[in-house]
Design a binder for this molecule. Structure first.
Ligand code: SAH
Length: 262
């Protein structure tokens, strides 16, 4: 929803989700706004070729955000968006996936609201949806899962503070974002809270891109398999019996087209 500009010189900030990697998964609205922007503040996980849609003279500002090193502290970033908008420019804040799914979109908007800066939010394909589709793992399925949960597997002080009893349930698919560093702990907790050790689980690395890797196993064996395969971030963990469909439903990259291009 757009808000009324507080002065004629104030630009608008568009908080834009850019999807999980494949540039073709941008919404039409995201592609149009990127092409019109005067300034683009972008994250680490922006798909290849997305910034090529920007005008040559658009200012491009890298904001970082790898899990272990935040190039620009969040508060500085919030203030940067305010400053750019106050110069009257059209600002696109480009985020991986969807801005409102583990994207801190809410925090950035709060500063804009407090500063009277007009803004709009453009949803994107979140990594769970993109990776599940490109891996051939339906997140829900009438015979497997009637609900799906998105959780963060980000470690805080060496532990993952999640409501394990509500996640370790049958007929539920759980997708863990930012969980690869805590994979062993996640699998251990899911078993400790009642799921069988042979409950299917998968990891998708670089989903929707030409570098996509999918590894399926079960809760007991996934951590060692992922270690052995050298899978690192960005990767999603998908836990649920829907993972058992992957072998049959995998389609990407399409055989006719060979490796996908971003
Ligand atoms: N707002 C984003 C999520 C940001 S958190 C969204 O809606 O998708 C960053 C985490 O997302 C990564 O640590 C990883 O778990 C996941 N992720 C993002 N892109 C991914 C991709 N292409 N493949 C696998 N996981 C991805």
């Amino acid at each position: 929803m757009s808000r009324t500009p507080s002065s004629t010189v104030t630009g608008t900030v568009y908080i834009v989700g850019s999807g999980p990697g494949d540039r073709d998964l941008l919404t039409l609205r995201a592609a149009r706004l990127i092409g019109e922007a005067d300034a683009i503040v972008y994250d680490h996980l922006i798909g290849e070729g997305v910034l090529d849609l920007a005008r040559p003279n658009a200012e491009r500002i890298y904001a970082g955000k790898e899990s272990s090193r935040h190039s620009v502290p969040q508060e500085k970033l919030n203030q940067l968006l305010v400053r750019l908008a106050r110069t009257g420019r059209k600002v696109v804040r480009l985020k991986g996936g969807d801005p409102f799914v583990f994207g801190r979109g809410g925090e950035e908007i709060e500063t804009l609201v407090d500063s009277g800066i007009p803004f709009e939010v453009v949803p994107g394909v979140t990594a769970a949806a993109g990776c599940a589709a490109y891996a051939g793992i339906p997140l829900t399925h009438r015979e497997h899962a009637q609900a799906v949960a998105f959780a963060t597997g980000h470690l805080k002080d060496g532990t993952i503070n999640l409501d394990w009893p509500s996640l370790a349930r049958p007929r539920l698919t759980v997708v863990f974002y930012m969980g690869i560093g805590g994979l062993a702990e996640i699998c251990r907790q899911m078993i400790a809270h009642g799921l069988p050790p042979d409950h299917p689980a998968a990891v998708v690395q670089n989903g929707t891109t030409s570098r996509q890797r999918v590894l399926t196993a079960d809760l007991a064996t996934l951590p060692a398999r992922v270690d052995a395969a050298g899978i690192t971030t960005p990767a999603l963990i998908i836990v649920g019996t829907v993972v058992s469909l992957q072998q049959k439903l995998a389609w990407y990259p399409p055989p006719a087209s060979g490796p996908a291009e971003c």
